[in-house]
Design a protein around this ligand. Structure first.
Ligand SMILES: N[C@@H](CCC(=O)N[C@@H](CS)C(=O)NCC(=O)O)C(=O)O
Length: 245
């Protein structure tokens, strides 16, 4: 219809592994757009085509915005009920620290458990190979893996020592669980943007199909399970995994 705002384009990876997205940053933005009921259409894209070199990015009425946090800020701008608007300086500082723990430290636990831990890679490789076009399967995958292994090593997450790597991860999970306590949301009674960071990261850890020490540990925290159920219901209640291709 003329005059109607065109749907936002959400450029991201295709849905994979029974998750809305196997990238926590893509799942964060998709979860946010669904929660806000902002109409969008997914354009399956690769970081190679992104203005920032990473997914996700959105196109909103010709404006291109990359980076999950900037995307949320873009849509929250000017709203009377803007997420995070009522937070104190101390709560904003806590949100910043929590987001860093989730999107840096726990993000690398996700990469470690899928791409680097030999047991995790054996399973993940089977599933990812089956999804990729032949050139990417033959050449690209090994390059991506080599890069992720190198970064994990620098962070002390070594392929030959999963016990130490997951000990580090368990401490991150425990810190998030302790912080949350019995609150309904990460910063207390009200939802805030850091809940969407956590939805992408903890959703990816706790609801991926393959078991891993970090998945099992997080799913052993009752408050995290209840929080994830709550967030999933708010954001992904209407979502169902696409038919296998
Ligand atoms: N700060 C970015 C991080 C996005 C990100 O790391 N995306 C990953 C996929 S999970 C990516 O595109 N990686 C490709 C690369 O860095 O080359 C955000 O919040 O959107």
């Amino acid at each position: 219809m003329s005059g109607e705002r065109p749907a936002v384009e959400l450029h991201q990876f295709d849905s994979f592994w029974g998750l809305p997205n196997a990238s926590p940053f893509c799942m964060k933005v998709e979860g946010y757009l669904r929660w806000r009921r902002i109409p969008f259409r997914i354009v399956v894209s690769s970081p190679r085509n992104s203005p920032s070199g990473q997914v996700p990015w959105v196109v909103d009425g010709g404006e291109v915005i990359a980076d999950s946090q900037k995307i949320i800020a873009h849509f929250e701008q000017g709203r009377t009920d803007a997420l995070d608007a009522g937070l104190t300086a101390r709560e904003l500082a806590a949100a910043h620290m929590l987001r860093r723990l989730l999107e840096f430290d726990l993000f690398w636990q996700i990469n470690y458990s899928r791409w680097v831990d030999p047991a995790g890679w054996a399973r993940f490789a089977l599933d990812i190979r089956a999804r990729l076009p032949v050139p990417m399967r033959l050449f690209g995958l090994a390059l991506v893996r080599r890069r992720l292994v190198r970064t994990c090593r620098m962070l002390g997450l070594k392929p030959d020592n999963p016990r130490i790597a997951y000990d580090i991860g368990r401490r991150h999970v425990d810190a998030v669980a302790q912080w949350l306590g019995e609150a309904p949301f990460m910063l207390g009674d009200g939802i805030s943007s850091v809940d969407f960071s956590a939805l992408g990261v903890l959703g990816n850890i706790m609801r991926q199909p393959a078991r891993s020490p970090i998945r099992d540990h997080a799913n052993g925290q009752e408050n995290l399970v209840a929080w994830l159920d709550r967030m999933w219901d708010l954001a992904f209640r209407d979502w169902s995994p696409p038919e296998p291709r």
